[in-house]
Design a protein around this ligand. Structure first.
Ligand SMILES: Cc1cc2nc3c(=O)[nH]c(=O)nc-3n(C[C@H](O)[C@H](O)[C@H](O)COP(=O)(O)OP(=O)(O)OC[C@H]3O[C@@H](n4cnc5c(N)ncnc54)[C@H](O)[C@@H]3O)c2cc1C
Length: 592
């Protein structure tokens, strides 16, 4: 059975050596002293390793079942959910007014990675609830907040997000679900939603569905979409549960991975719904929580890469095959462990340098969200909005790739189910698809975010890289290994942006044919910046006499690997982008 150990030391390094969180000028951050975050992470790590990880293969094998209209989760999920509730993990960063603990998002993200790494399918039940909580918190009336949020913070009631219908996924303007206004101010919701994560289950007393629907007579397309709160059971004025609300499960989807999460077809039949926010402004309400939701999915991709990597390392040290070309390393055994072979090393270094760089990118982005939400910093808001499709698209694409590479370390034993590597690959795969498929993230980045506010945010990113390079220009320990490669990556990114400006206006296909490469070019550049910052922090710790020299030396060596072996991908992405749309669009559709 695979194992999971929370990467506490690495998270602590990022929070304190790199982001220096307890000295950030952000409300609530003064609590984030190293002792405190260390204790929270230790506790989360215990729950992850001892409770959630053992249930991961159980969920994969058993899946969820629909019997007599009721969905049941795999064996052990109910008890584990109680552990999450009792430990207060469900409301870690929620508003204390509604019973939450009010911790910053950056800490919640670090903890979220730990739970997701141990069991993605299980953690989604509370993740979806958190998404619905955030939407109600941002857009609900005082009455709605008081009625729904306290029980959602504790996960006594869980939440879902209902956007997708069979004929509309990316293009939500095609939606058919209807919301008919009633005399009492409520609406009657009728329609069918598909692929609804945590749509129904036996972990909570009630499910608070957030449903996108169209009010008849409203504007056409996406501008006519509104958002509604539709509880599975009506909540009476005194807070107790009333009648069933015409919400049923059509079926559970059979799928490739995350079997422990019930992905449901949800049927709404004259169900009572309450408008959340304004009529026809449903997408705006959704968008306010999109940054968090997409960063959350990027986090899932990273988390699967981390757990797959951990297990690949254990196997590579244990599996004996062949001898090291430079001389026998295990003379008492029949062969050397495969970790001696340079190609296995290359594979493990790819994984290690990605997960550590990706984690820095993730927590840095979460820190930007805190800056924006808690400190009202408009620049941080613009920057994180620009970065969100990169966090989602790059971390999930690379996260999936790394689970495949980790599986490769096991040879044929990775392909059969015994070692659990196939589950990591299958579970990671969905992160590239849901919450906006990655091609659509790239479209959002190039088609919308780059030019947002006159290109101000991307310029702020370039300035940040430039300033870092300038401020550290005399640092010999950083210069050749970190600053020069970062400078080149940033140049490639700017050249790609320039290409879009010069060629995208005349033919938009020139920009959109390069959007996916641009997302990856941007992702690599961000990880390059993160590695340069981590190297600076590691050098500083060593210079200050840190006792754990191995940790910091290892960090530096891993960073050098990323800069030398991964970052040059920016040149390839730029070269592809600069060929424009000609070869991409050369064939007529009939030629395929
Ligand atoms: C396991 C699972 C769980 C899910 N959970 C939820 C949930 O909880 N709630 C919910 O509402 N939905 C959920 N979804 C739905 C998911 O968000 C959608 O599947 C996803 O947004 C893509 O929509 P689609 O499948 O209709 O693909 P389509 O929109 O049909 O897209 C198909 C392909 O075309 C590409 N494409 C589409 N339009 C464009 C364009 N304009 N430019 C370039 N490329 C484009 C896409 O990138 C994609 O690769 C879930 C899906 C799955 C499989």
């Amino acid at each position: 059975m695979p194992s999971y150990t929370a990467p506490i030391k690495d998270v602590q390094f990022l929070l304190h050596d790199v982001l220096d969180v307890s000295h950030n000028d952000i409300p609530g951050y003064d609590e984030l002293e190293a002792d405190f975050t260390g204790a929270v992470l230790e506790e989360a790590g215990k729950v992850a390793s001892e409770v959630l990880a053992p249930l991961n293969p159980v969920g994969d094998v058993e899946g969820c079942k629909l019997e007599n209209g009721l969905v049941s989760t795999p064996t052990g999920f109910k008890d584990a959910f109680e552990v999450m509730k009792e430990g207060g993990w469900t409301g870690l960063d929620c508003d204390p007014v509604y019973g939450g603990q009010g911790m910053p998002y950056v800490l919640n993200t670090a903890v979220g990675e730990i739970f997701s790494g141990a069991n993605q399918a299980f953690t989604m039940y509370q993740g979806l609830t958190h998404g619905a909580y955030s939407a109600i918190h941002a857009h609900g009336s005082d009455e709605q907040k008081a009625k729904f949020l306290p029980k959602m913070v504790t996960c006594e009631w869980t939440g879902t997000m209902n956007l997708t219908e069979s004929h509309c996924g990316t293009d939500l303007g095609l939606m058919r679900t209807k919301a008919v206004p009633q005399d009492d101010g409520s609406y009657k919701i009728t329609g069918e939603k598909i692929f609804i994560s945590a749509g129904d289950h036996d972990l909570s007393e009630n499910t608070i569905h957030l449903v996108l629907a169209k009010i008849p007579g409203g504007p056409e397309g996406i501008k006519g979409v509104s958002l509604f709160i539709v509880p599975k059971y009506i909540v009476k004025d005194d807070g107790s549960l009333g009648d069933a609300n015409g919400v049923s499960v059509g079926s559970i989807e059979e799928k490739m991975g995350i079997h422990g999460n019930a992905t449901c077809v949800m049927v709404y039949n004259d169900s009572t719904g309450y408008l959340l926010g304004q009529e026809h402004k449903g997408m705006r309400a959704m968008f306010t929580m999109m940054n968090e939701a997409r960063i959350g999915v990027g986090m899932q991709g990273l988390a699967q890469a981390e757990v797959a990597y951990q297990n690949a390392v254990i196997y590579a040290k244990d599996r004996l095959q062949g001898r090291a070309v430079t001389g026998v390393e295990n003379p008492d055994g029949p062969a050397d462990p495969i970790i001696v072979h340079p190609d296995v090393r290359r594979n493990l270094m790819d994984q290690k340098s990605f997960v550590e760089g990706g984690r820095a990118f993730l927590l840095w982005s979460a820190n930007l969200i805190d800056r924006s939400v808690r400190a009202g910093d408009k620049e941080a808001d613009g920057l994180v909005s620009l970065m969100t499709p990169v966090v989602k698209g790059f971390l999930t694409d690379k996260g999936f790739d790394m689970t495949v590479q980790a599986q490769q370390v096991f040879g044929g034993h990775g392909y059969i189910e015994e070692h659990g590597m196939s589950q990591f690959v299958r579970d990671a795969r969905i992160t590239q698809i849901y919450e906006g498929a990655n091609g659509v993230q790239a479209l959002d980045l190039v088609g919308r975010k780059l030019a947002q506010d006159g290109g101000k945010h991307v310029m702020a990113f370039f300035d940040m890289v430039k300033t870092f390079i300038k401020e550290n220009a005399e640092d010999e320990a950083l210069k050749a290994d970190f600053l020069e490669p970062l400078k080149q990556a940033s140049k490639d990114l700017q050249a790609a942006g320039m290409y879009f400006m010069q060629n995208g206006m005349t033919n938009p296909n020139n920009a959109l044919s390069g959007s996916y490469d641009f997302m990856h070019l941007f992702g690599h550049t961000c990880l390059g910046l993160m590695w340069a910052r981590m190297a600076k922090a590691a050098n500083a710790a060593l210079a200050n006499g840190a006792s754990d020299t191995v940790f910091y030396e290892t960090k530096l060596a891993t960073g050098r690997y990323y800069m030398a072996r991964q970052l040059p991908a920016t040149g390839m992405h730029l070269a592809r982008i600069q060929t424009g749309a000609d070869t991409v669009m050369a064939l007529d559709a009939e030629a395929f």
